[in-house]
Design a protein around this ligand. Structure first.
Ligand code: IPE
Ligand code: IPE
Ligand code: MG
Length: 228
């Protein structure tokens, strides 16, 4: 019997969606929604200290988000700069190990420098927070396939070794907030056997209690991986 009753999730990923709608509902500028979204991230990362989750992966900026108006992209980049500066010490103190997935070296040079410093200074952390920045899953798979081909073996295993997520625990649970039911180019390969949860809450309203509830639901699901 191959069927494995799901128990503890090791790796959860979240598509943090709904900042714009959160602001719109309150007649506030979109940037306020993004600011409140950052606060939700901060609170969630803090709460990891009390959980046994090994890895939390957060979709923060997709390779397609460049299509947004220039001022919104610039607001998002500025929030990123500010967040790294304000929260890095707390990450280190809480044993968070930062990982970044995506083509993050294509971001502005000052952000790349901040991220390199943050990666180096959190390297000894024990709990991973992986942030998807300038990330697109199709691009990630194409890149991994290219690298595998260069090594002469294009197998699923070889491609997997070259994904940005190599070294992270296998993805157990993928959550999307905001009520949209789509993946928007996030972790397409990694989600092959992940459980999925689509929540009707907008990202700024997401709390550690929502994550706890999601983990409870996960624990009750039966994962089969094609077996029976
Ligand atoms: C998610 O919120 C944040 C990013 C994509 C950066 P949105 O900005 O997509 O919010 P909605 O979907 O318009 O409500
Ligand atoms: C996905 O949300 C990207 C992030 C949450 C960073 P989007 O808001 O960009 O996705 P679509 O455009 O609704 O599919
Ligand atoms: Mg959105």
């Amino acid at each position: 019997m191959n069927s494995t009753p799901a128990t503890r999730a090791r790796h959860v990923a979240i598509i943090m969606d709904g900042n714009g709608r959160w602001a719109k509902q309150r007649h506030l500028p979109r940037v306020v929604g993004h600011q409140r979204g950052v606060e939700a991230v901060r609170t969630l990362v803090r709460s990891l200290a009390d959980s046994d989750l090994e890895c939390l992966t957060l979709y923060a900026f997709s390779s397609e988000n460049w299509k947004r108006p220039e001022d919104e992209v610039s607001d998002l980049m500025n929030l990123m700069r500010r967040f790294i500066k304000s929260d890095l010490e707390e990450f280190i103190a809480n044993g968070v190990k930062l990982a970044i997935i995506g083509d993050w070296r294509g971001l502005a040079p000052d952000i790349v420098a901040l991220l390199e410093d943050a990666l180096a200074r959190t390297a000894n952390g024990t709990r991973t927070v992986a942030v998807a920045l300038n990330y697109g899953s199709q691009q990630e798979i194409a890149r991994a396939a290219r690298m595998a081909a260069d090594e002469g073996e294009v197998s699923a295993e070889a491609i997997e070794r070259h994904l940005f997520t190599t070294g992270l625990p296998p993805l157990d649970l993928l959550i999307r907030t905001s009520g949209e039911v789509r993946l928007s180019n996030f972790l397409l390969w990694q989600a092959a056997y992940a459980e999925m949860l689509f929540l009707d809450v907008l990202w700024p309203d997401f709390t550690p209690a929502h994550l706890a509830g999601a983990l409870d639901q996960f624990a009750g699901r039966e994962r089969r991986f094609g077996g029976r």
